[in-house]
Design a protein around this ligand. Structure first.
Ligand code: HEC
Ligand code: HEC
Length: 196
């Protein structure tokens, strides 16, 4: 028992009986085998978790798209990614189905214009330091259909969905300004919103 608990217990012995329920709460919080909301021993391996997330087995083409978490959020990957990850410098299977020129045939969703645009401002090297170009306009340079390599690692932003038991239900409900924005994005058309 640490000093904090001892002093808390002493206070309760000294007559603050109404505090006794608070003491047991503190003991639970201090018990490092039972931290937070996880119902398993934090000192054990993740393999011992009582409920492991289950990912979909549905192959691409057999899954159902998930509504966007909020307007212009990166869509979740609804299909299995077994055999499709990791994405390496030489192999990126995601592009074989999601590049716009194949998306219609594959019945996938085409990667949006934003992924073929450079939004990074020009930087100049002057006397050993990099400066952002003096032109303060929002940079939006079309790469003429060439994938912006800053977007190459798809799974950095797009993630698969798993069925998990939530300790606390997420009550967030997205509000889309246009109803079809629950299933598509319009970011590249509105990228300067609030800026220009
Ligand atoms: C064999 C083709 C194929 C491959 C490879 C593939 N996908 Fe897909 N993807 C699809 C299809 C088809 C859909 C539409 C849902 C369905 O029919 O399963 C889809 C849906 C998606 C969606 C949801 C789009 C939306 O509008 O909600 C995302 C995000 C996605 N894929 C990302 C990826 C990523 C990231 C990879 C690489 C790890 C990948 N996909 C690999 C075919 C593919
Ligand atoms: C830096 C984060 C990031 C990376 C990396 C990224 N995306 Fe996205 N993606 C987004 C965001 C944010 C959106 C929604 C807003 C938009 O259109 O840009 C999106 C939208 C999409 C959509 C839906 C398009 C639509 O019209 O609804 C597809 C499909 C997609 N991305 C596929 C991919 C694939 C495949 C890769 C890898 C080659 C990839 N993305 C890499 C962030 C990312």
């Amino acid at each position: 028992m640490n000093k904090f608990l001892i002093s808390v217990s002493l206070i309760s012995i000294l007559g603050f009986w109404s505090c006794s329920s608070d003491v047991s709460e503190i003991e639970t919080i201090n018990n490092d085998t039972k931290l937070g909301l996880i119902d398993s021993d934090v000192k054990k391996n993740a393999d011992d978790l009582t409920s492991m997330p289950t990912y979909t087995d549905n192959a691409p083409g057999l899954s159902e798209r998930v509504d966007r978490a909020f307007e212009n959020a990166p869509p979740m990957i609804p299909h299995s990614v077994e055999g499709l990850v990791p994405i390496t410098m030489s192999v990126n299977t995601c592009t074989t189905c999601h590049l716009p020129d194949v998306a219609v045939t594959m019945e996938s969703t085409a990667m949006p214009e934003s992924h073929f645009t450079n939004y990074r401002p020009e930087v100049h090297l002057t006397d050993g330091t990099y400066d952002v170009a003096t032109n303060k306009n929002v940079t939006q340079e079309s790469l003429q259909g060439k994938l912006n390599m800053a977007r190459y690692n798809c799974t950095q932003c797009h993630v698969t969905q798993a069925n998990v038991d939530l300790a606390i239900e997420n009550t967030f409900r997205a509000v889309y300004r246009k109803s079809d924005l629950s299933v598509k994005s319009d970011l590249s058309d509105n990228i300067t919103e609030g800026v220009k």
